[in-house]
Design a protein around this ligand. Structure first.
Ligand code: KIV
Length: 288
């Protein structure tokens, strides 16, 4: 029996000062391998808007799309906690709609959801979601769904004042019931300051070494997505080169007749070949 990571495990990690790992996944087989590798939380990040769907930014992705990816990832996951990013405008209009959309992700197989922001309205929404028993991961600092309002991919919490503002947001999220908080693109001292003043764990997304956990986008980590590379996104492999190499070789092999080989095909029995050759007569292309 594989032991499933839950909010209790995450709480225990924080209490014991144990670091944990978060990695995105968007499809069944990737989720399966990431799970097998022992990653604690698999996030179906709305970064899939760019990495899997080719949109320009995260705002284009829909509830229906996130639901499909959630089904795929959760089917491939046994051990990790599965969290789905709630897409832009899926929790912004009415509280009841927010709860309903989060519920759809749980029904699709997620164990919780991630919500960006910490305005008074978002805090109210998060309270409703946690009250119905859906674990929520908060997300502050650089919040990609606010890209148009922030005005660019800018580092947040760069001053004493803005660090204190972020701490206040984090505390409000904690009171609203989140089980963890992503801090994105912060100087590591600011993230450390905030982390040391919270009871829930912080997850660094480009917020340095002193958070309780780290998160990366799997396509960055595998070296698969190459449209842009954030400074903090360490590349552990070169899947882009591997895919190019395999696809080019296959293309050459098909065109030069090296694919498929005899051991890669299904064969008729000798008698059937003889009968087919006899049926067509001597002058047509005979079977080998
Ligand atoms: O969408 C995403 O992948 C994310 C993180 C990497 C935090 O939100």
């Amino acid at each position: 029996m594989v032991k499933k990571i839950s909010v209790n495990t995450i709480r225990k990690y924080k209490n014991n000062g144990e670091k944990f790992s978060v990695l995105t996944a968007y499809d069944y087989s990737t989720a399966k391998y990431i799970d097998e590798a022992g990653i604690d939380i698999i996030l179906i990040g709305d970064s899939l808007a760019m990495t899997a769907l080719g949109y320009e930014n995260t705002n284009a992705v829909s509830v229906e799309e996130m639901e499909i990816f959630t089904r795929a990832v959760s089917r491939g996951t046994q051990h990790a906690m599965v969290i789905t990013d709630m897409p832009f405008m899926s929790y912004h209009k009415r509280e009841a709609e927010a709860v309903e959309n989060c519920g759809r992700m749980i029904k699709a197989g997620a164990n919780g959801v991630k919500i960006e922001g910490a305005s008074d309205y978002i805090i109210k929404v998060i309270k409703h979601i946690t009250e119905v028993g859906i674990p929520v991961m908060g997300h502050i600092g650089f919040t990609p769904q606010f890209l148009n309002a922030i005005g660019g991919y800018n580092i947040q919490g760069k001053t004493y004042e803005t660090t204190l503002e972020l701490l206040e947001q984090a505390k409000k999220l904690e009171q609203a019931g989140v089980f963890s908080i992503v801090l994105e693109m912060l100087p590591e001292e600011s993230a450390q300051y905030i982390t040391g003043r919270l009871n829930v764990p912080t997850i660094s997304c480009g917020a340095g070494r002193y958070c309780d956990a780290q998160v990366l986008v799997c396509d960055d980590l595998f070296g698969k997505f190459s449209d842009f590379k954030p400074k903090f996104a360490r590349k552990y492999g070169d899947m882009k080169s591997l895919i190019l190499k395999c696809a080019k070789q296959y293309n050459d092999d098909v065109k030069s007749g090296k694919f498929p080989l005899e051991e890669e095909v299904f064969k008729l029995g000798e008698d059937e070949v003889k009968r087919l050759n006899a049926h067509e007569g001597e002058n047509t292309n005979s079977l080998h």
